[in-house]
Ligand binder design. Structure first.
Ligand code: SF4
Ligand code: SF4
Length: 65
């Protein structure tokens, strides 16, 4: 399982950067947030906080990471 930001929905508000307890979310040069998967602890806080519903949870096969 992993969390992913849909760039087409992200408004670049920065709320998730503040909300992530692990500092795993960064703002890209394109003004869209992205998740550093190596730091993400899958807590789900960002998904809860995003006002634009841009963060989604994906169920993925461990081997495909
Ligand atoms: S909270 Fe949502 S809209 Fe705001 S920067 Fe994060 S992903 Fe983008
Ligand atoms: S799931 Fe938690 S640790 Fe991962 S990016 Fe979102 S707030 Fe940060």
């Amino acid at each position: 399982m992993k969390f992913k930001i849909d760039k087409s929905k992200c408004a670049g508000c920065g709320a998730c950067l503040q909300a992530c307890p692990y500092g795993a979310i960064k703002m890209g040069k394109d003004g869209k947030a992205f998740i550093d998967q190596s730091k993400c602890k899958k807590c789900g806080t960002c998904k809860e906080i995003c006002p634009f519903n841009a963060i989604e949870k994906y169920q993925i096969n461990e081997k495909s990471i």
